[in-house]
Design a protein around this ligand. Structure first.
Ligand code: NZQ
Ligand code: ZN
Length: 389
């Protein structure tokens, strides 16, 4: 492993069917004013809302709510939530939902005491908070983003058509605790489940496809990918399979809680392409990634051939005997493609609502990252988007 790094992840996790009980333990650590944050209402249908509210009541908490946090939370919604949290003198932001709700809670956390416009400070200038932030706790109901154990917070600005994620360097932005009950994910529609599975897979790829040194992170990544492939096939056929769903939930957390990025430059171009597609279409995050991935990976493969060959053999069990490196690598991507189709992922951006007329705007909104095997220019971004149509 080359390079220097530091590692600290302060989020406390409670995992399993009984994990919500630990909310009692956590609530005792904070003041009485809680802001409960949730999405469009799935938690009211599946009973999680009632269970959480009962625990809040038993602990004598004074609760305000921010409801209706949409998938791909918007800047307007952030401004609204900041007002609610300020007026309630919040001691804890309790996010109950998927990545959108958890991300949003972190964005509110860094904005409540911020004297400047949070969009400009955090999303355009990528600065760290220099004000007091509010603690965030999560009860996770959708699996994929890893938001439950990282400092990422993605916000969409519809006015400027930019969807930007800030992964804060300041570890106090990470949730103080997260409650992971795999049972909560069993009510997810199939579309969301598989989008989340692909999001997990791609998080691992984004970190794996970088660097040429011998790195423990790559071996961990291969193990995580193999576990995910195995469990995803079971869950795809039998979504109520608790064992598979619990493994997927745990894999999601480790895919993006900073561990497998250690010692790596990391790529993240699929996410940059996907986020820009998302800014124009408001499509489900994992599907935007699925739709741009293969054109991107086929394009960069020659620049990182050794790694794509290793990916084919170690993750997809491609038999290398008698084949050139290029053939082995391409066979790996073909295996990945058939797995993606088996899950029913969206394989092109036109199905997500992208049109030819949008492509220039999407290309302009794609941030170019420099950690992968090929630093793209704007024309190459446009070509990959065209290919993804
Ligand atoms: O809003 P409700 O009614 O709750 O419905 C949600 C939403 O419509 C539904 N859902 C969630 N849990 C459910 C459920 N439906 C039934 N049963 C349940 N148990 O699922 C829909 C999608 O939820 P959402 O939170 O939007 O999905 P996800 O977890 O994929 O989060 C996506 C957001 O996270 C960002 C994405 O860009 C996007 O904005 N990301 C955050 C990252 C991070 N923090 O590091 C990294 C990721 O790459 C990603 O960019
Ligand atoms: Zn993602």
């Amino acid at each position: 492993m080359l390079g220097n790094f530091e590692y600290c992840n302060p989020t406390k996790l409670y995992f399993g069917e009984d994990s919500l009980n630990y909310l009692n333990t956590e609530l005792s650590k904070y003041g009485d004013n809680i802001v409960l944050i949730y999405g469009g209402g799935s938690i009211k249908k599946n009973g999680i809302y009632d269970d959480v509210c009962r625990i809040l009541k038993d602990n004598g908490k004074n609760v305000a709510e921010i409801s209706g946090v949409m998938p791909n939370p918007t800047l307007e919604k952030l401004y609204e939530g900041v007002e609610i949290a300020r007026n309630h003198h919040a001691d804890l932001l309790l996010a109950v939902g998927g990545g959108s709700v958890c991300d949003y809670a972190k964005a509110v956390s860094v904005s409540v005491n911020c004297q400047e416009d949070p969009w400009e400070k955090y999303y355009l200038r990528f600065e760290e908070p220099d004000c007091e932030t509010l603690p965030v706790g999560c009860v996770l109901t959708m699996v994929g983003t890893g938001s439950e154990m990282n400092a990422g917070a993605v916000i969409t600005n519809h006015e400027t058509k930019l969807k930007i994620g800030h992964v804060f360097a300041d570890e106090k932005v990470m949730p103080r605790f997260s409650i992971l009950n795999p049972k909560y994910t069993l009510t997810l529609p199939h579309y969301q489940m598989v989008a989340g599975i692909y999001d997990i897979f791609n998080h691992i790829c984004e970190q794996y496809f970088s660097g040429e040194d011998d790195n423990t992170s790559d071996y961990i990544s291969e193990g995580l990918m193999r576990s995910l492939l195995h469990s995803s096939r079971i869950a795809n056929k039998d979504p109520q399979n608790y064992e598979a769903r619990s493994n997927i939930m745990w894999t999601a957390t480790w895919a993006l809680n900073t561990l497998v990025a250690k010692g790596k430059s990391t790529d993240w171009m699929v996410h940059m392409l996907g986020q820009s597609v998302g800014a124009y279409t408001d499509a489900t995050h994992g599907m935007t990634l699925a739709a741009v991935s293969l054109p991107y990976y086929r394009y960069i493969m020659p620049y990182g051939l050794a790694k794509f060959k290793r990916f084919a053999v170690n993750v997809w069990d491609v038999d290398p005997a008698g084949k050139s490196d290029g053939q082995i690598a391409e066979e790996g991507l073909k295996a990945m493609e058939s797995w993606m189709k088996e899950l029913g992922l969206v394989m092109n951006i036109s199905e997500l609502g992208a049109t030819e007329e949008m492509l220039d705007g999407i290309a302009d909104g794609t941030l170019i990252m420099e950690g992968g095997y090929k630093v793209l220019d704007r024309d190459e971004v446009k070509e990959i988007l065209k290919e993804s149509m």
